[in-house]
Design a binder for this molecule. Structure first.
Ligand SMILES: O=P(O)(O)OC[C@H]1O[C@H](OP(=O)(O)OP(=O)(O)O)[C@H](O)[C@@H]1O
Ligand SMILES: O=c1cc[nH]c(=O)[nH]1
Length: 183
């Protein structure tokens, strides 16, 4: 199997602009960020949450808490995954009680990851609200879940795959659309 890239749909500047807009929307929706905390989902949601924290600090002068959530074991399609479940690190060293929690992920697809993240969150505490920010919404939801903040809506077919690449993990900032092909 190999990944055949079809198009670059966001470059470094586009990602930056999208995050900047989302940060402004978070401020507006919550009438400030005094009660906001950010929680990145697993791998690529975490650097995205950290970038949002930095932009929010620039525009509001306040540093909101950032945590990370690893929900691999909560996925309801766990037994369908070929790879072994990975128990990653959940790192939330602040209270989410009565907070406006903004969950951050790179791609929203079926919605199953977010459902699992909500489960994991509810085990930790009772937030006032939970909002969802994603860089890419590619459609094909299988659950009644929607994002509050979207970097870019990308119509896709189920065969396609969106790859979000971030400097902190992949050494480059870009979003590409492609397809997995047989060798
Ligand atoms: O809405 P869903 O259908 O749950 O898909 C979205 C999730 O899928 C991706 O993770 P993936 O499971 O591919 O793991 P990875 O990011 O570690 O590759 C992505 O990072 C989202 O977390
Ligand atoms: O296209 C997709 C679907 C799920 N997760 C991704 O990262 N990309």
């Amino acid at each position: 199997m190999y990944f055949q890239e079809k198009a670059k749909i966001m470059d470094k500047e586009a990602i930056k602009r999208a995050l900047r807009r989302i940060a402004h929307e978070i401020v507006e929706r919550n009438k400030g960020i005094g009660n906001v905390v950010l929680i990145g989902i697993r791998r690529r949601g975490v650097p995205l949450a950290q970038r949002l924290q930095k932009i929010l600090k620039e525009i509001e002068g306040v540093e909101v808490p950032v945590g990370s959530l690893d929900i691999t074991l909560y996925r309801d399609d766990l037994n369908l995954r070929l790879d072994q479940p990975q128990v990653g690190k959940t790192d939330i060293n602040f209270s989410i009680e009565n907070k406006d929690v903004v969950l951050v992920d790179d791609v929203l697809y079926t919605g199953r990851t977010v459902r699992s993240a909500l489960d994991a969150l509810m085990d930790i505490g009772r937030p006032k609200t939970v909002q969802l920010a994603v860089l890419i919404d590619r459609g094909h939801r299988e659950l009644p879940i929607r994002a509050d903040y979207v970097g870019k809506n990308v119509p896709t077919s189920r065969k396609e795959q969106i790859e979000v690449r971030l400097e902190e993990i992949d050494g480059v900032d870009e979003v590409v659309i492609g397809e997995w092909k047989e060798d």
